[in-house]
Design a binder for this molecule. Sequence first.
Ligand SMILES: *Cc1c(COP(=O)(O)O)cnc(C)c1O
Length: 393
Amino acid sequence: MIASVLPTYSRAPLTFVSGAGSWLVEEDGRRFLDLGAGIAVNALGHAHPALVAALAEQANALWHVSNLYNIPAQQKLADALVEQTFADTVFFTNSGTEACELAVKMARKYWHDKGAPDRTEIITFSGSFHGRSSAGIAAAGSEKMTKGFGPLLPGFTHLEFGDHDALRAAVSDKIAAIMVEPIQGEGGIRPLPDACLKGLRDLCDQHGILMILDEVQCGMGRTGKLFAHEWAGVTPDIMMVAKGIGGGFPLGAVLATENAASGMTAGTHGSTYGGNPLACAVGGKVMDIIGDDAFLAEVNRKAALMRQKLEGLVAAHPDVFEAVRGTGLMMGLKCKATNTDVVAAGYGQGVLTVPAADNVVRLLPALTITDEEIATAVDLLDAAASQVKGADA
Ligand SMILES: *Cc1c(COP(=O)(O)O)cnc(C)c1O
């Protein structure tokens, strides 16, 4: 008999009942140090007092009004995002994959309105992840996500990650946009080198192609900048955001320049819940905290500390780990042993990590993790690694 919850997830046998900061409490009372943070969602940890207060205050005043009316919390968050980024305008969604939907629609509408309605093709890369909607799976294009779900949304050109020749060969007057994650998350914490992101920007500029960055996982302070592309000194035309921006409340956004968004006039797009007062009250507070230079400086300091300790961990377990990779507090341990064995051993030691493709264990702690917790985290990972049978064993 099918489970009452559609069985699309393989779940660990853990049931968390409460959380505070970087810690979660299981129903049997065990405490777990959370280095997954809901897959980069709980950017400020669990039950951050300022977020709880913002949510409670909004909940007492007004939960929901339609986008038929003004929503002050939405306006405030949009203003803050415009103020602190490349963007001139913002549309709010409830998730990352809805942001992907709009990014695709926006790029196509742009060219339609410019008198090039055939310019619909979007270049994407192997190993990418853009969510599970029809556009999201078609964009990523992996067999794992698309098999059995055809016919797929047409209009995506899939290139091998890092194949510069294929990229140059694919450019034509049919290409509307290039969509890329500055650091692939699900793909295994694979950073696009700064020089490549710059190169992509140049290519886009030469051919008038729109650059869409998917910062759903790597954005919102995760890498030590508000958005990851800032490290490369380039800006996109359109950017997808979600995960960390809601701090645990479902919220996403598409940020765009005035030019890229020029086709999106009244009636061309909408969402019932997107930008809802509860989500934006929380998102506004998240932005207040993460958008602060002193906060981001702390993220960078802690990231350097954690990186150094993780290099020591890898050196201590050469049969289990191969390397540390990533930027800021978006880190991956490339494994020699099986990544899911390392994650499972972590459960036994009271530490939560997240597997990713390319045999990587992802570490995406709350950006508020303390120095002491970083030390504890690496001790727990060390104990977990000692339980894992290495590749050579
Ligand atoms: C998680 C993720 C998405 C999809 O977000 P959902 O909220 O699950 O729809 C899209 N892109 C990237 C890079 C992600 O990490």
